[in-house]
Design a protein around this ligand. Structure first.
Ligand code: LLP
Length: 380
């Protein structure tokens, strides 16, 4: 079925983000079904979209929270997530953020360096607490995705490199307020080549053995997120193939008895349920190009400008023969371009234009550049 706008929204001022909560529910249920039958725990990476109605739905389906800032921890608590279902990750946690998470007694800190481990130990001591910790390792696995969203290679800033790991592990006995509970890896985002996750499983198995040889059994393995979605043809795959994804971990991860396995998905859960709705302000023709200028721009959806990423663009009201348009926003940047030479029906001022698959890393990355207003969210 082609995308359509509920009739009561047709006259609403644009731009706005439209979230289909029924699709979100179906997606979350599919993920939970595939994960639970394999005894895998799903956490949701709030960074993809931290809107409260979305978080409430996640929480209702017993999904945990993966947070990367103090404000995200705070938001997760506000949305009703229990502290024991909250993980706090991030390469640069401030003292104030760590203190907040310690005071809330969250389940686990994903720690990215020896220096951070020492700070955490000290701050936990001051609160007379023990912090549960998973070491985030850099497994040096190529996610084969856009280089800006690859995180698991030695060259990236994320995680503890294999060369540093022995020294970090040697610190542990000197840190009385730290309890090592697990291992964390995350290699990148928008991963569509599932064989990457197979390679990751083999790496995690090796790492786990490495820890055990040092007398450190791991109660939990967090294998990160990264499952990609279909930006080219969203309607062909509104719900990602979670069965294929989770079955890899079921088959290849060498789980120890009683060990917990976590994933922390962002995009795969929320990307398809969100759409950016805008109107055409002007159609402008130059010598070589016909521009459709929208009232939404990189301030509402920065992914095309930042990663040259593709979002399907549809004109919901245009009629007539298809022509090619460069679809651009109103912002004073040449990179404020959503698509070049996009085939669209003849387009006029006032036409409603949507950018699909905008639920993840859309609204959360909005800015007020050019002093624009932040676009509102509408839920159906
Ligand atoms: N866990 C960690 C440690 C992460 O860094 C991320 C995403 C996730 C989980 C969730 O990854 P996902 O399942 O959503 O792929 N702004 C970029 C994506 C940045 C992803 C950052 N980390 C984009 O718009 O493509």
């Amino acid at each position: 079925m082609p995308f359509s706008l509920p009739s009561d929204l047709a006259s609403r001022p644009t731009p706005f983000y439209l979230y289909d909560l029924a699709l979100l529910r179906r997606t979350v249920q599919a993920a939970q079904h595939a994960a639970r039958s394999r005894h895998i725990q799903v956490h949701y990476a709030l960074k993809a979209n931290a809107n409260l109605p979305i978080l409430h739905l996640m929480h209702e389906h017993r999904i945990g929270a993966d947070c990367v800032s103090g404000n995200e921890v705070h938001r997760a608590l506000e949305a009703g997530f229990r502290p024991e279902h909250i993980v706090f990750a991030g390469v640069g946690k401030s003292d104030a953020e760590i203190n907040l998470a310690l005071a809330a007694d969250i389940w686990c800190f994903n720690v990215e360096s020896g220096a951070e481990l020492q700070v955490l130990n000290e701050l936990a001591g001051r609160q007379s607490r023990r912090a549960r910790v998973a070491l985030r390792l850099n497994p040096n696995v190529d996610a084969r995705t856009h280089h800006y969203i690859t995180t698991g290679l030695e060259a990236n800033k994320f995680g503890i490199g294999m060369a540093e790991l022995p020294a970090v592990v040697d610190l542990l006995p000197t840190l009385p307020n730290i309890e090592l509970v697990g291992l964390h890896v995350h290699i990148g985002s928008q991963i569509t080549d599932l064989s990457v996750f197979e390679t990751l499983c083999h790496r995690v198995n090796e790492l786990q053995t490495w820890f055990e040889h040092r007398g450190l059994p791991l109660a939990h393995l967090n294998v990160g997120g990264g499952l990609g979605v279909n930006y080219q043809q969203p309607d062909a795959e509104l719900v990602p193939d979670f069965e294929a994804y989770f079955s890899i971990f079921e088959r290849l991860l060498q789980r120890r008895p009683g060990q917990q396995v976590h994933v922390e998905l962002g995009r795969a859960l929320v990307a398809q349920c969100g759409t950016l709705v805008s109107r055409v302000l002007y159609v402008k023709e130059s010598q070589q190009t016909r521009f459709a200028i929208l009232d939404a721009g990189l301030t509402e959806l920065i992914r095309p400008a930042l990663y040259q990423s593709f979002h399907l663009i549809e004109n919901l009201t245009g009629q007539g023969a298809e022509q090619l348009y460069d679809v651009v926003g109103p912002i004073c940047e040449s990179s404020d371009t959503f698509g070049r030479r996009v085939p669209l029906p003849e387009t006029r001022r006032g036409d409603v234009m949507v950018l699909r698959t905008a639920g993840a890393y859309g609204e959360v990355m909005a800015s007020r550049y050019n002093l624009r207003d932040l676009a509102p969210a509408v839920y159906v």
